[in-house]
Design a protein around this ligand. Structure first.
Ligand code: ADP
Ligand code: ZN
Length: 738
């Protein structure tokens, strides 16, 4: 038999299928060791056949390491992803396996286990045992209820254990133990509530299968709908996966689901330890766990016979992977749903403009839940004009309105969430005398001051620098601080409300293992009154006693030079606001902005998604942005500025030539006559990251039946522009254009 093997080395030259003999046969998807360039390397069997077309003598597979790790569905998915995103096969295969497993770095955990020997006459033994050996009886008694780890018993009973083993009363065996991720906090999900009429309608539709957009306002009870359709799938012997946009949200859902589905639930995200991730993954592979919750990467869970795939907060940017290998979990979900005949549910209070547009074109069936459960009102949003605050003498971070509202919430024993999407203390440090700004040595970006650690940090590469007390250029002592971050908010809140217990949640406070759970768990248990945080606190969280949400610097995401900035701002405002007043207590939202009359805020204030969508889709059509076009970016990075520039120029010329060939009778490509509506080459907005110079070519391609062919053409041209010391990446509709 001949095995077709993908070698586990990520390199363009090796990205081919190699044939090897397997005299004893092998099953598809196995992990094998093979000789390759005189080395022993690992590879994956993606096909088997009777004979090879290869002219030379085939080498033998050295060893089969794991049988059938990767199923047929995943192999088909590999083909789909390599073609769609122009990826190497091995980079895709690596996504399907727990990290570290490839190198053999993580394995199952075994522990020595001791239990009673059923063939040993315990009763007679007990009768004959001497008074002085009471410890032996005690130990037997403990083990009568089940076994225990040898290490535990040794600590408690020392030599007694060995004596009993020698006498034949105890059996020692090695058993696999599971490393279980914890589920520290969250609501109880065991009790199944009675569905509202809207929820019932949704469940009834989804279980009939198909592709759905579930548009339900915050607090409309989408989670209960998800749980019911998952229950339905599991009852029918099928499996389910649900994606949430943030690791910080998995804990809450994990607890809820555990209480409804028990050990059927597995959790997958990058915050787990390698051991936990391996064990959870194995439980899914062998069918022990049939319901998976997780962040983006959970879409690759080795579930068989999927009955339903749910993507919660589908508008969220985190479903697109922005580093190599780049992919979008929504595309993968659509592929797996199709392959398995599973229902696909995209849920959101603020669907992405793209998804809503697809729905209108008939790609999804719309399910609506326009009201909160029990007809609770959505929290009232009050827009505060910060220019006016300033005019009236308040130059502080907080408006008087917000200050009053926090005071009230605290007095009434409720909780508040304060949102600001900027971490650190201040966004930059500048010398007032000469204008010097502290910058990262490796990146073209100003450093953020982190007062808690007393350092300047680069938010692109993570490098830390000493805080300066005077300007290194002119010696000036008068420093100016940039825009406020979460650390400063905590400090100023603390000064205003010295008795309040304040927690901060952002990238800096959640680094350690289970960091998210610790903070959210404490807030959930009311060990704190105020939670200050970045977009991590914006989504999905369900806290009963939060009655106030404050949004600082709401304009922040509005002026990014990105066609999605209005959409993102509208989504963020709606999501953050949705954290308030979710249970019996009503909620209020104070939104601080310098542009109080901006339509995004006006529509968010009314929760008018429909009007927002109409406005946005019209402007996208006029300006020729997605979904009417596809944005393609070729990003070129290199150690040498000149090398990057040269490479980008060559690729740019190639693409221009290609664009010219796409033109129709009606005219030149840049006159609306071809597939392209725009091509431009430029330095990237962040022109250097980690000492790599960055250039990009941006294109917009008409989104019609031709787009796929055109994108493939661009892939080819970009790949041909690869070279030594260069990295060339092509991305489709990238989330970020820095
Ligand atoms: P969403 O995900 O749509 O924002 P959730 O699913 O978190 O909303 O539901 C909001 C709240 O309503 C939760 O506290 C949930 O327990 C509760 N809830 C959901 N469905 C029902 C129901 N049918 N009856 C009573 N309470 C419900
Ligand atoms: Zn840096």
């Amino acid at each position: 038999m001949v095995a077709q093997v993908i070698i586990d080395i990520s390199n363009d030259g090796v990205d081919r299928v190699f044939d090897y003999n397997v005299p004893d046969g092998v099953v598809l998807g196995s992990r094998v060791a093979v000789p390759f360039l005189n080395r022993r390397v690992q590879g994956y069997v993606i096909g088997v056949k009777e004979s090879s077309d290869y002219a030379g003598a085939l080498k033998d597979v050295s060893e089969v390491l794991d049988e059938g790790l990767i199923g047929g569905e995943m192999l088909a998915l590999m083909d789909f992803m390599t073609a769609k995103y122009n990826l190497r096969r091995i980079d895709v295969l690596r996504l399907f396996l727990p990290p570290n497993m490839r190198e053999g770095g993580v394995r199952e955990l075994k522990r020595r286990f001791v239990s009673l020997n059923p063939d040993f006459g315990i009763a007679e033994f007990a009768a004959s045992v001497k008074k002085s050996a009471q410890k032996q009886l005690e130990l037997i008694k403990i083990l009568q209820d089940g076994g225990d780890y040898l290490t535990n018993l040794n600590a408690l009973y020392g030599g007694t254990v060995n004596t009993l083993i020698k006498k034949g009363a105890l059996i020692v065996s090695d058993r696999r133990v599971r490393r279980t991720p914890n589920s520290a906090y969250g609501k109880t999900g065991g009790r199944a509530v009675e569905l509202t009429a809207d929820q019932k309608k949704c469940v009834d539709e989804i279980v009939k299968s198909g592709r759905f957009l579930l548009h339900g306002v915050t607090g409309s009870g989408k989670t209960e709908v998800y749980m019911r359709v998952i229950e339905h799938a599991v009852k029918n012997g099928r499996t389910a996966v649900m994606l949430v946009p943030e690791i910080s949200l998995t804990a809450q859902f994990y607890k809820l689901f555990k209480e409804r589905f028990f050990d059927d639930v597995a959790i997958i995200h990058s915050g787990l330890s390698a051991g936990e991730r391996f064990d959870e993954w194995s439980r899914i592979l062998n069918g022990e766990a049939r319901v998976v919750i997780g962040a983006r990467s959970a879409i690759f869970a080795p579930l068989k016979d999927l009955g339903v795939i749910i993507i919660d907060e589908e508008h969220d940017g985190s479903y697109a992977s922005e580093s190599n290998p780049r992919y979008n979990a929504k595309d993968v979900a659509a592929f797996r749903a199709e392959y398995n005949g599973a229902a696909l549910v995209l849920g959101s209070a603020t669907p992405s403009v793209d998804t809503y547009f697809s729905m209108k074109n008939g790609e999804y069936k719309l399910l609506s839940m326009p009201n909160r459960v029990n007809d609770k009102r959505l929290p009232k949003i009050e827009i505060v004009d910060m220019c006016r605050e300033l005019r009236e003498g308040n130059a502080g971070l907080f408006s008087r309105r917000l200050e009053d509202a926090v005071a009230r919430a605290l007095k009434e024993g409720n909780q508040a969430m304060i949102y600001l999407n900027r971490r650190g203390y201040s966004s930059f440090v500048m010398c007032r005398a000469c204008g010097y700004v502290a910058k990262c040595s490796d990146c073209d970006i100003s450093l953020t001051y982190h007062i808690d650690d007393g350092v300047l940090k680069c938010h692109y590469c993570g490098k830390k620098f000493h805080m300066i007390s005077e300007c290194p250029e002119c010696g000036g002592k008068n420093l100016r601080f940039g825009k406020t971050g979460t650390e400063k908010v905590v400090k100023e809140m603390g000064a205003l409300f010295p008795k309040a217990r304040i927690l901060r949640m952002d990238n800096d406070t959640t680094r350690e293992k289970d960091g998210h759970e610790k903070i959210l768990g404490a807030f959930y248990k009311k060990e704190a009154d105020i939670l200050v945080g970045t977009q991590m606190i914006a989504k999905g969280h369900d806290f009963s006693d939060v009655t106030l949400v404050g949004i600082l610097d709401a304009d922040m995401s509005l002026y990014f030079s990105d066609y999605r900035s209005s959409e993102r701002t509208f989504q963020l405002m709606t999501q953050v606001a949705g954290r308030a007043g979710r249970e019996k207590k009503s909620g209020e939202v104070v939104l601080q902005t310098y542009a109080p009359r901006h339509y995004v805020f006006r529509l968010a204030e009314r929760y008018d998604y429909g009007a927002f969508y109409e406005k946005e889709i019209n402007s996208r059509e006029v300006t020729k942005y997605p979904p009417f076009t596809v944005i393609v970016r070729v990003l070129v990075t290199a150690d040498e500025d000149a090398a990057a520039m040269k490479a980008v120029r060559k690729i740019y010329n190639g693409i221009k030539e290609f664009a010219e060939k796409t033109r129709t009778e009606t005219g030149r490509w840049d006159n609306g006559g071809g597939a392209f509506v725009y091509i431009g080459a430029m330095r990237s907005p962040v022109s250097k990251i980690q000492n790599k110079y960055r250039y990009q070519i941006l294109m917009r391609v008409k989104n019609d039946g031709n787009a796929e062919r055109i994108i493939n053409g661009v892939y080819g041209i970009a790949d041909a522009g690869q070279g030594k010391g260069l990295t060339v990446f092509t991305e489709i509709n990238p989330q970020s254009l820095v």
